[in-house]
Design a protein around this ligand. Structure first.
Ligand code: ADP
Ligand code: F6P
Length: 319
């Protein structure tokens, strides 16, 4: 192993820069050369590749986003694109690749490892939608951003006696809605893993009204239902005024929270160690307080299950 490459792919996530920094510095400390591939697999398709050194990653640990840039590439999704990518890596003398991204990016990493490129995958996505790891890089920062928004919406909702419906991201995973809802004290949490019940939401609001609550906070995972429909129904059935906030891409930005920086640093260093051991096709995860290695082929098959005890707890505490 002489030269390793790094790319970030899919949606950016705060903490990716911490991982990039750890990879570059661990590699250089072990006499490896490092090449940065800009804009994920799309940059790979175009040979958008540059030499990195210790200074390339100075002053980035505190920054959101990814200094390498990220993208989604349709060309690379096809077998021909993957072969082209493997050839470009060989042409640049890259014998080991570290991919930081989500589920789709992992499938691409698996394809490259099958084509003979030693490839290690690090989970970077705010969604926390990967079943093989407890947490992904970026999740906790996004939770912090949502909690901050919930706190502000609580103020204005309490002042007006309104219900706030807050739509959060997560693709098909309810973790952002659940963790932020529990940590922010939401009365109702609507996630794709549970059947959506308008009656439950309405009765929570009615219960709150009876016991003199000034605010009603509802987190809703994107794609589960139309937040404006929920708002209309709640208003119609309870008489409580409602407002909708779609948080959107604000959830993807910001300085990474400590857990995401720590995951980035430890997983980044571990990925280089695995390449030095000549390993390939491995996804790094974090479970039960420590790092673990899982074949990427298994990692991409494991669907994520909602933490039901947290879901029940959130429900019980929001009486
Ligand atoms: P994420 O990695 O956050 O899940 P995407 O699903 O958009 O984001 O995937 C990022 C990129 O990974 C895609 O644009 C594509 O180039 C590549 N990719 C996604 N799915 C596959 C697949 N089944 N096989 C190979 N590459 C894939
Ligand atoms: O995967 C991260 C994520 O932010 C999802 O939560 C969301 O559904 C999606 O990416 C948005 O993608 P884009 O940035 O392409 O709009």
């Amino acid at each position: 192993m002489n030269t390793i490459g790094i790319l970030t792919s899919g949606g950016d996530a705060p903490g990716m820069n911490s991982a990039i920094r750890a990879i570059v510095r661990t590699a250089i400390n072990n006499d490896l050369r490092v090449k940065g591939i800009r804009n994920g697999y799309d940059g790979l398709m175009h040979g958008d590749i540059y030499e990195m050194n210790v200074s390339s990653v100075a002053d980035i640990i505190q920054k959101g986003g990814t200094i390498l840039g990220t993208a989604r590439s349709l060309e690379f999704k096809e077998p021909e694109g993957q072969k082209k990518g493997a050839q470009i890596l060989k042409d640049y003398g890259i014998d080991g690749l570290i991919v930081i991204g989500g589920d789709g990016s992992f499938k691409g990493a698996l394809a490259l490892s099958k084509l003979g490129i030693n490839t290690i995958a690090i989970p970077g996505t705010i969604d926390n939608d990967m079943g093989y790891t407890d947490f992904t890089i970026g999740f906790f920062t996004a939770v912090e951003t949502i909690i901050d928004a919930i706190g502000k919406l609580r103020d204005t909702s309490s002042s007006h006696g309104r219900a706030a419906i807050i739509e959060v991201m997560g693709r098909n995973c309810g973790d952002l809605a659940l963790y932020a809802g529990l940590a922010g004290g939401a009365e109702s949490i609507i996630v794709p893993e549970h059947e959506f019940s308008m009656d439950d939401i309405v009765s929570k609001v009615q219960h709150g009204v009876k016991r003199g609550k000034l605010h009603h906070l509802i987190t809703l995972a994107e794609g589960v239902g139309d937040p404006y429909e929920v708002a209309k129904e709640v208003n119609l059935k309870t008489g409580v005024e409602t407002r909708v906030t779609v948080l959107g891409h604000v959830q993807r930005g910001g300085a990474p929270a400590a857990p995401d920086r720590l995951l980035g640093a430890t997983m980044g260093a571990k990925a280089v160690e695995l390449l030095l051991e000549n390993q390939s096709g491995i996804a790094i995860g974090f479970s039960d307080g420590k790092l673990k290695s899982t074949p990427i082929s298994e990692a991409v098959k494991l669907g994520r299950h909602l933490n039901e005890s947290l879901y029940r707890l959130a429900n019980n505490l929001s009486n």
